[in-house]
Design a binder for this molecule. Structure first.
Ligand code: BDR
Length: 316
């Protein structure tokens, strides 16, 4: 069997973060070495507890779970309870666990694990980029130790939190700019990419119908909750489609052919009305070195297949 890719998931669970973790754990291509929590969708109190419980629920005994930043670097904190509920899981109480939180903070765990992996570590960052920025500032050599960073964040067209701002980037634009300019090989799975890669409502229902060990403690609750989203989206271009952004991001890491990409210069607006905008210089007007792979197109079926495969893996 091929050697598994060592992986750190930096996350702010978050409903779609939970889908992301479950999807990653269902794959034999990766080994989750650490789950590092950051404040984002909800406060760190909840994101850390959700990360800990999800790790416990999935039996990840060897995976380190660590607490990261409670606040963005500079801007005031804003969370997204309206999308994820007060506890980040839409009100779902995840099963209790005796899984312990690592004594070291997220940035130290990220550095230690990357060092251990000897340049082979991949990092998926699906929340605000505060932890990654702090890790890079504290350990300048870290950038040479990350093989690839896959980010859920940004938008090529419209934002979801402000006209141009996608939530993760908008929530900590200064951290995002530090990370984008760090010189790490990286891929941006932005909102537009997430809108190209989704399950139809029928496919989602079929997935939920495939019973597995997490049906009762997770998927059934989320499917029931999805009714509200369907009502909210009716009549919009997003009707009939479920694209959990963070799960799409891990899917991109698991299947290199899910998207096609172009490497382009990307920077982040850190102030003003466009704060949080990911500026993609398609024609390289600023003459900068391309720093990030940007999604061009998707083969949506590959995302659907990964979801169905997850149900099969967990059914055993
Ligand atoms: C992103 O923000 C959060 O609401 C989701 O968890 C996802 O990471 C989408 O903008």
């Amino acid at each position: 069997m091929e050697k598994r890719i060592p992986l750190i998931i930096d996350t702010d669970p978050g409903v779609d973060d939970a889908f992301c973790l479950l999807l990653a754990n269902s794959s034999d291509r990766v080994e989750i070495r650490a789950i590092t929590a950051v404040a984002g969708n909800v406060s760190l109190h909840y994101t850390l507890e959700n990360a800990r419980r999800l790790a416990g629920m999935m039996g990840l005994t060897e995976t380190r779970v660590a607490a990261g930043a409670e606040k963005p670097l500079i801007v005031p904190q804003e969370t997204a309870e309206m999308a994820h509920g007060k506890n980040g899981m839409g009100g779902l109480e995840l099963p209790e666990t005796d899984k312990e939180v690592d004594p070291l903070p997220a940035w130290d765990v990220i550095y230690e694990e990357c060092k251990k992996a000897g340049g082979e570590m991949q990092v998926a960052a699906v929340g605000p980029l505060t932890n990654i920025a702090i890790a890079l500032l504290k350990y300048p050599e870290l950038k040479g130790l990350i093989k690839h960073l896959t980010i859920m964040g940004g938008a090529q067209t419209a934002g979801n939190h402000s006209p141009y701002g996608e939530f993760n980037i908008w929530a900590d634009p200064h951290a995002a700019e530090i990370v984008f300019q760090a010189g790490i090989p990286m891929t941006m799975i932005d909102l537009d990419a997430c809108h190209m890669s989704y399950l139809t409502d029928e496919e989602y229902d079929a997935f939920v119908g495939m019973r597995n060990r997490y049906s009762e403690c997770f998927f059934d609750f989320m499917a029931k909750r999805d009714g509200e989203r369907r009502k909210r989206m009716a009549g919009t271009p997003y009707a009939g489609k479920y694209g959990p952004c963070d799960a799409v991001t891990i899917a991109a890491l698991l299947d290199e052919d899910l998207f096609t990409y172009e490497c382009l210069p990307v920077s982040v607006e850190t102030h003003g009305p466009c704060m949080g905008r990911t500026v993609v210089d398609y024609r390289n007007r600023a003459g900068k070195t391309p720093n990030c792979r940007v999604v061009k197109s998707a083969d949506r079926q590959k995302f659907v297949d990964l979801f169905y495969k997850m149900a099969e893996v967990y059914a055993k």
